[in-house]
Design a protein around this ligand. Structure first.
Ligand SMILES: C[S@@+](CC[C@H](N)C(=O)[O-])C[C@H]1O[C@@H](n2cnc3c(N)ncnc32)[C@H](O)[C@@H]1O
Length: 243
């Protein structure tokens, strides 16, 4: 399984041309509603901010980046990712939507974000935190570039805890999904990697503890679609250390 950024970037470069199509096929388009819900929360957290600066970490082909720019009026959105090919598709998508004045992209890893401390009013990571080669370092970097009281929204796939749902999930995720992934993208490893990274991702309580250890406060999480996906929400402390 790819564990360092170089190999992870190469894998995403390889599947970039079919990434969007497969995402929607494999999730039966439910990923769109998960992204919508995450962006709604992000927008709500910015209610008092006039011209917010928002960072989309591991933005990939920019599905979430574009949604943020469309829904959060007057926002400037910065997408970062380690895969050049995923970003190329994201840039094309942004231009087609005429959002190039409000969205910028750069090649950057979550573990080493090329922005100054306290830059962003909010940050989002959609289906990316599972892939960070050093998750703790990535989360601490996001904390660093968030302004005090800035909000982080994380959207991530998860293994459902209900026994029945889990049975169907295992059948689909372990037996059906890798075959469709291989057939459409031509890359069997990438879709095995997807299943392995979801399996290895910490349980919600453990992940919330990690967010807290990294310095985030006001932690919340919500299961979507019977726990197939989760939204995590966290805040950076204000200057007085009080939320
Ligand atoms: C599953 S895709 C998610 C893309 C997008 N956010 C979405 O909602 O479809 C994961 C993305 O994370 C990127 N990625 C993986 N590790 C990363 C890291 N350490 N820093 C930045 N991006 C990373 C990959 O290149 C890929 O584009």
């Amino acid at each position: 399984m790819a564990t360092d950024n170089e190999h992870i970037a190469l894998m995403f470069n390889d599947i970039a041309p079919t990434y969007d199509k497969l995402n929607h096929i494999l999730s039966l388009n439910v990923d769109k509603s998960w992204r919508r819900k995450a962006v709604r929360r992000l927008k709500k957290s910015l209610i008092d901010v006039e011209n917010p600066l928002i960072l989309d970490v591991a933005c990939g082909t920019a599905d979430s980046t574009v949604k943020i720019a469309e829904k959060v009026e007057n926002a400037k959105v910065f997408g970062i990712d380690i895969s050049t090919k995923m970003l190329e598709i994201g840039k094309e998508k942004t231009e087609k939507k005429g959002l190039q004045d409000r969205i910028s992209f750069s090649i950057s890893s979550a573990e080493n974000i090329g922005f100054k401390d306290d830059t962003f009013d909010a940050a989002m990571v959609a289906f990316g935190v599972r892939n960070f080669s050093d998750r703790e370092k990535g989360l601490k970097e996001i904390l660093r570039v968030l302004k005090p009281e800035g909000t982080l929204i994380i959207l991530e796939l998860s293994e459902p805890q209900n026994v029945m749902v889990r049975w169907f999930y295992n059948l689909y995720f372990k037996n059906i999904l890798p075959h469709i992934g291989k057939r459409v993208s031509g890359n069997a490893n990438a879709y095995r990697y997807l299943q392995q990274t979801v399996e290895k991702f910490p349980m919600p309580e453990e992940f919330m503890a990690m967010l807290s250890d990294c310095g985030f406060k006001e932690l919340k999480h919500k299961a979507l679609s019977c726990g197939l996906c989760r939204i995590y929400q966290a805040k950076k402390q204000n200057e007085q250390g009080v939320i």
